[in-house]
Design a protein around this ligand. Sequence first.
Ligand SMILES: *[C@@H]1O[C@H](CO)[C@@H](O)[C@H](O)[C@H]1NC(C)=O
Length: 226
Amino acid sequence: MRWIGIIRILAIVFTLLSTWYLAEQLFTSKWETSSLRKIFDNGVKPQKVQKKIYRKCGNDKDCAENYFAFRIISGAANVVGPSMCLEDTILMSGVKNNIGRGLNIAIVNASTGHLIKTGHYDMYSGDVKDVHKFFEPVEDGSLIFMASYDDVATKLDDEVRNMFGGFGSNYAKNLGFRDSWAFVGGKGLKTKSPFEQYIKNDQKTNKYDGWPEVLEISGCIPKKMD
Ligand SMILES: *[C@@H]1O[C@H](CO)[C@@H](O)[C@H](O)[C@H]1NC(C)=O
């Protein structure tokens, strides 16, 4: 039975050889594609240059001539404040240090895009009268940016909710404790605004423990033409 022994030895040698061969193939091809080839290719082939086109407010699309580019981001829980951008001008942000817990508001001239004023009102422990006062002098033809930060709703009264409805909001009437909300409307609008997002605070669906996720809207707002 000597030949069985020989066959066994041959089989082992064959297995070893083919394993070694495969390993070497793998190693070689990996080596080539990963390190060496890259090093050589860098010197020879022109690198694909990823052109990063910057658009106003970091938006995905350009806006036509008679439109303002904008981006609005609601606050993240009670940690990161909201931000608002119009035509590459930051209206409100943590860096500008003009935001605060509660309701954040920026008023802009709808014809020129110039910032008229900003304000933030704590709607958990603040006074809704201050919100009434803030809006009293606001004229027709003003754009109104609003974003939530932490709790935007506890102190809101029906009068303010109705006023926001008049600015084009669909959800102002529903706003509740710690809901997330981002909105751009206008005083003197005849229609509802397309620029609004709203998420209810719900322990089952919240992104953060006690708060729903951040909301973000970007796009183009038609300028008011006289
Ligand atoms: C916006 O600016 C224009 C031009 O300066 C001015 O006539 C108009 O009254 C302003 N509107 C508001 C609401 O401030």
